[in-house]
Each structure stands twice: as structure tokens, then as C-alpha cells.
Ligand binder design. Structure first.
Ligand SMILES: Cc1cc2nc3c(=O)[nH]c(=O)nc-3n(C[C@H](O)[C@H](O)[C@H](O)COP(=O)(O)OP(=O)(O)OC[C@H]3O[C@@H](n4cnc5c(N)ncnc54)[C@H](O)[C@@H]3O)c2cc1C
Length: 283
């Protein structure tokens, strides 16, 4: 399976909330499948200081071959890679939208997004069916009595595409923790969707989300839960779902999107590795 790799160029930057930049890129190449399903994950490659654009190995048929070529680049020239979600694609064009959480100047992705301007260039790896969930979301949602999506602002781009893909009649809940009231976004869905915003207002990341799962009751029946955000919070919420609410592990799709005080380049912790083993065993 080929991993799509292309340069993308900024055409528009729009602050959709005080801490979220929606950036529209023109992709040099874009397969037709991009933007046709929800929660499409991709990697962005950021230039090193002094580079006008990142150095990208050419696309290869073997995705691991591309990654090996990437690792073989001298470290000083190798682009920094970060994970993102396709928020949308403008129909009939090669224009894609990606929402960046502006969490500060500490990480290369957020620092780049703070200053992004038309003409700036990044590399985009994926989206690819390789990153697609084992059970498609719509299928898992249809088999459940109700659906719950929970996460923080980094999960919002994926969550928005997922609720957008839910069919009419599905009973769905979204619990979303954001910095404060100004970070709310409108979500569109044909499902019967109840959205609950949790405002951090200075509290530690994930504290409100975990608190909600500790303090509240969930509806009866068999749910399907989609969970993403800060890795420690995701872990705590998953534990509460299983131990306090009796949700079977197989009914929870969970992913740590970022790690408090660790960058995406830092080595996985023992807990990250345990999560990865559980995910590959089928959640
Ligand atoms: C599958 C997947 C999809 C994702 N989709 C998106 C998306 O669409 N939009 C998006 O904005 N993010 C998304 N993320 C999260 C994003 O990859 C991380 O937030 C990443 O760490 C950002 O890189 P950085 O270079 O800004 O910071 P890093 O260099 O990775 O980290 C630098 C510092 O910033 C802190 N940090 C990182 N992210 C945050 C945050 N959100 N809030 C507060 N502190 C933070 C770290 O703890 C660290 O101390 C996704 C992650 C995954 C795994």
C-alpha cells in the first residue's frame, strides 16, 4: 500500500477561535480518497531552521521504505514530524483544511502555526488506509445502543468529522474539554447529538474530563466510545469507563494525542507502550 507524500502550501489562515488556527493548504498531489471518510490521520513535516521547505524523501510503494529513507536523512536536515487530522477537503479541489491548536511556542508545530502565512510550505504524509481503524466508526456506532465521543481541543477536528458522519437516528453524546468558553465550536450532525463543553479555566489538562467520568452516570445499554486527547487523561477516562461504568474494553476506541510535558519526539513511556499493546490487541 503506497503512503501518499506531498508538499502542501498555505493559501489561507483563519483563527476560528482564539487558540485554533484553521489553515487551508493547496496539496501538490492528492488522492481522490482523501476527505471521503471521517477521522483521517496524517503526519505533517516541518522545515528545520534555515530551510524554506522541509526535505522530503520521494514517495515509495512500501510505506516502511519511505520511513527508512526519512530516518536516513542527516538529523540536522530531517524534518520534524507531528500528527494531525484532516479537518476537511474542499470538494473538487486539492485544498485541504487542518486545525492547529495554538498551545504556545514550545513545540515546532504550534510555533509554526502561530506564524503561518500564505506561501509557507510543509510536507504531508498520508492520510492513508494504513492508519484507518480496524472497525470503521460508522459500523461500530451502528452496532451500539448509543455513542459517546470524548476528548480535548486536539481531538476536536477528528470528533467533528466523526459526528458529521453519524447517520440520522443514532443517539450520540460529545463531552469536550477546552481551555475556556471562547474555544467552543459548532458541530454539525444528523444524529441526535447532545454536546457538553467542559471549560478548563486554568485547571490541569484532562482534569475536567476525568472528573466528569468519575462523577456522572452514563445511560443504560451498550455504548461505543471514541476517546482522544492528552494521553494521561485518556488513560484515566478509559479506566473509569471500564472499572466504574462497566463498558467492555472492546467498546472503547482510545488514542493519546499528546503527552503533558513530553514532545512527540520523546521516547514512549512504559504506559504508552502498554496502551499500544492494548490497542493492537483490539482496544
Ligand atoms: C492521530 C492524531 C491526530 C491529531 N490531530 C491533531 C489536530 O488535528 N490538531 C492539533 O492541533 N493536534 C492534533 N494532534 C495532537 C498533536 O500532534 C500534538 O499536540 C503535538 O504534540 C503537537 O506538536 P508540537 O510540535 O506543537 O508540540 P511538541 O513538540 O510535541 O510538544 C512540545 C510541548 O508542548 C506540549 N503540548 C503539545 N500539545 C499540546 C496541547 N494540545 N496543549 C498543551 N500543551 C501541548 C507538550 O506536552 C510539550 O511539553 C493529533 C495527534 C494524534 C496522535
Amino acid at each position: 500500500m503506497t503512503m501518499p507524500v506531498t508538499f502542501v502550501e498555505v493559501v489561507e489562515v483563519h483563527r476560528i477561535t482564539p487558540r485554533t488556527a484553521r489553515i487551508t493548504f493547496a496539496a501538490e498531489e492528492l488522492p481522490d480518497t482523501v476527505g471521503t471518510t471521517p477521522d483521517q490521520q496524517l503526519k505533517l513535516c516541518f522545515p528545520r531552521p534555515g530551510q524554506r521547505e522541509p526535505r522530503l524523501p520521494a514517495r515509495q510503494d512500501d510505506p516502511m521504505g519511505w520511513y527508512r529513507a526519512y530516518l536516513a536523512l542527516p538529523e540536522a536536515e530531517r524534518p520534524l514530524m507531528r500528527s494531525f487530522t484532516l479537518r476537511g477537503r474542499r470538494p473538487g479541489t486539492r485544498l485541504v483544511e487542518i486545525d492547529f491548536v495554538l498551545h504556545g511556542d514550545t513545540g515546532p508545530a504550534a510555533a509554526w502555526a502561530l506564524r503561518a502565512a500564505p506561501g509557507d510550505r510543509l510536507g504531508m504524509v498520508g492520510p492513508s488506509a494504513l492508519y484507518a481503524p480496524k472497525v470503521p466508526f460508522a459500523e461500530a456506532a451502528a452496532a451500539a445502543d448509543w455513542v459517546l465521543l470524548a476528548g480535548d481541543e486536539t481531538a476536536l477536528p477528528a470528533l467533528a468529522t466523526l459526528v458529521g458522519a453519524l447517520p440520522e437516528g443514532v443517539r450520540a453524546y460529545a463531552w469536550i474539554e477546552v481551555a475556556d468558553r471562547t474555544e467552543r465550536q459548532d458541530l454539525e450532525s444528523r444524529a441526535v447529538l447532545a454536546v457538553e463543553w467542559l471549560y478548563r479555566d486554568g485547571a490541569a489538562p484532562g482534569a475536567l474530563l476525568a472528573g466528569a467520568f468519575r462523577d456522572r452516570a452514563l445511560p443504560g445499554g451498550e455504548p461505543f466510545v471514541w476517546l482522544a486527547g492528552e494521553a494521561g487523561a485518556v488513560r484515566a477516562v478509559r479506566r473509569l469507563l471500564v472499572e466504574r461504568h462497566g463498558v467492555p474494553k472492546a467498546g472503547i476506541d482510545f488514542t493519546g494525542y499528546w503527552r503533558h510535558r513530553l514532545t512527540q519526539d520523546d521516547a514512549p513511556t512504559a504506559e504508552d507502550l502498554a496502551d499500544a499493546r492494548e490497542r493492537s490487541a483490539g482496544y
